[in-house]
Structure formats: C-alpha cells, structure tokens
Design a protein around this ligand. Structure first.
Ligand code: SIN
Length: 324
C-alpha cells in the first residue's frame, strides 16, 4: 500500500547543462564549462528542497549541444522506470537549454506520461554571482508536485511550456524560451501555479507507448534524417551530396527542409528534393519562420510538418522511420 505521503516522492535526474556549469569567475556568464556540478549539489543549493522527499540521480553530465542517442535512451529508460513507481509523484530533469526542446519532445511523444515530467535548466552557470538555476529548479519542483500535473514540460524563468510547443528563442537572456502561437501553459509565482491551458496530452498511467519506447531503447542508431534550409541561391547540391552517402546506417532516410514563409522552397532545391523522394527518402517541409506553421493548401509539393518546428520535425521523422 502506498500512503499519500509516499506518493508525493519526487525524482530529480541530472543530465548536465549550464545549470550545472562552472566558470572561473563569478561574473562570467558565457565562458563557463557546462555539465560540471553534480545534480545532488544543485539540489542542495535550494534549501527549501531539503524538506521534500527526493531521490536524486545523475544520468549524464554533458553540454546538451552534444546530446546523443545513448543519453536519450538512458534518460527515457530512467524516467519510465521511476514513473512506474507508485510512490513517485513526478520527475524533474536538469538539462542544458540548447537541446532541451528536443529531449522534451522525445519524452512526451514516447511516454505521454500521466505524471509530470518537468525539465528545467539555467542560462547562467551554478557559479554565477546571481545564478538562475536554483529558482528554476525550485519552480520545476512546484510544478511536479502540483496535484493533477501531467505530461512533459519545460520550466524556466517562471514560465511553464508544453514540450511540443517550446523553442529556445534567445541565446543569452535568462528567459530564453517561447511557446509561439500556442502560448505558455502557465506560470509559477511564489511556488503557486497559474495555468493558462490544459496539461499536455497523456495516456493512463502504466500504459506508456511501450512499443515506441522499446524501439527507441533498442535502437543502435536513429535513422539518418538531415535538416536543411531553403534560402536565396539554394541549388540542391547539398541534397545531391547527401544522396551520395548510401552505405549502412549513414544512408539518408529522411530530409526536413526549413522552407521560406509558408513552407515554400527554392525551385532548384525543390528539384533535388523531388529526386530524393524518388529514391525513397522521406521529405518533410517546415517553416523557417520563428512563429506560426505551414498553412496547408492544395498543390503543396511536399508533406508538411504539421506545425512542428524544423528541429522537432527532424526528430519526429527519425522516430517515425524507426517504426518502419
Ligand atoms: C547546454 O545546453 O548544455 C549548454 C547551454 C545551456 O544550458 O544554456
């Protein structure tokens, strides 16, 4: 039997990032090394968390720009394992800001958890004069402990973002994320939540998308899907070069093109993309515009990303190709 108190246990998983970064000078917010401080020490920087029943585990210690399949697999397996523990109310993950939107997307689409999985981060290293990590971690815990919370979210600068919509939009500010047209999911004010829209989509507890998760965990590599841009003077040479790589796991399986405006693509690049399609490569178009989505219309020459940003469309296509 699990009593109500035990069911409020939280798990904090560390993966690195600036939140765990260390600089040689306290006033250096850019020349630091990410992924240095142990997640247990990050938790210890937030005195209020001492009263919270927490399990703390270091899954990785990386700069998230260097994210690889192996770390995603370890993290997804750990999250699924902890969510299955009846006494665990939710999971908080400390992560770098640079690819947090991809990790959040991966976890939401593979797990669709009925408990909260809250990724948090920082733009200033742990050694900064005024680090932002401790407040973000404290806010993430408030979200993960909130009754009824579910799904994968990113919490930063007092804002709660849905994993599907969140994107990093600024390289320096301590509030670097935006949820575009969808808007924030809510905010955290003095540990209180104010929700603006429903929690992310979830499936009943214990009925995770096991097949999709197992395929991800068993994969030796992700199918090769490259991301390219349409731009002035684009001539398709990059596509033809990619098509030249036909060997083994390096073989091109998919292409996402970040198109101009409403997903339009330079005619010369489009010709190369059609050649790729003809040779069996899946091609998807997203918009390179920072906001909005490709508005579908008759005669669209390429399949569109269904509103996903180019980086998320790339990951979505790789995961889809893993299924076939
Ligand atoms: C990283 O993504 O690991 C480094 C940058 C950051 O966390 O802001």
């Amino acid at each position: 039997m699990v009593n109500a108190n035990q069911a409020r246990r939280l798990v904090v998983l560390g993966t690195g990032g600036t939140i765990a970064g260390r600089a040689t000078r306290a006033n250096d917010n850019v020349g630091y090394v990410a992924g240095q401080v142990a997640v247990g020490d990050l938790v210890a920087m937030v005195p209020a968390l001492a009263a919270c029943p927490l399990d703390v585990e270091q899954v990785a210690q990386i700069n998230s720009k260097d994210m690889v399949l192996g770390v995603w697999q370890a993290l997804a397996a750990k999250v699924a394992e902890h969510l299955d523990r009846p006494e665990v109310a939710g999971v908080v993950i400390t992560h770098g800001t640079d690819t947090i939107e991809e990790t959040a997307f991966l976890l939401q689409t593979r797990l669709r958890p009925s408990k909260p999985v809250v990724l948090t981060c920082a733009m200033r290293p742990a050694t900064a004069l005024v680090p932002d990590g401790p407040q973000n971690l404290s806010d993430a815990v408030a979200v993960a402990m909130h009754p009824g919370a579910r799904g994968v979210m990113v919490v930063c600068a007092g804002r709660i973002h849905d994993a599907i919509d969140v994107a990093k939009v600024h390289p320096y500010r301590t509030d670097p994320f935006d949820s575009g047209d969808a808007g924030d999911l809510g905010c955290v004010e003095e540990a209180q939540l104010r929700l603006f829209r429903p929690w992310p989509d979830a499936v009943r507890q214990g009925s995770h998308d096991h097949a999709g998760l197992q395929r991800l965990l068993a994969a030796a590599s992700l199918p090769r899907v490259e991301l390219i841009f349409s731009h002035a003077n684009a001539d398709g040479e990059v596509v033809r070069a990619l098509l030249g790589h036909t060997a083994g796991a390096a073989r091109l399986r998919g292409l996402v093109v970040a198109g101009t405006g409403n997903g339009t693509v330079h005619d010369d690049l489009l010709a190369a993309l059609k050649q790729a399609e003809a040779s069996g490569v899946e091609v998807v178009v997203a918009s390179r515009c920072a906001r909005g989505r490709v508005v579908p219309h008759a005669g669209q020459p390429l399949a569109d990303s269904g509103g996903l940003s180019p980086v998320k469309a790339r990951l979505a296509l790789a995961l889809q190709l893993l299924e076939v």
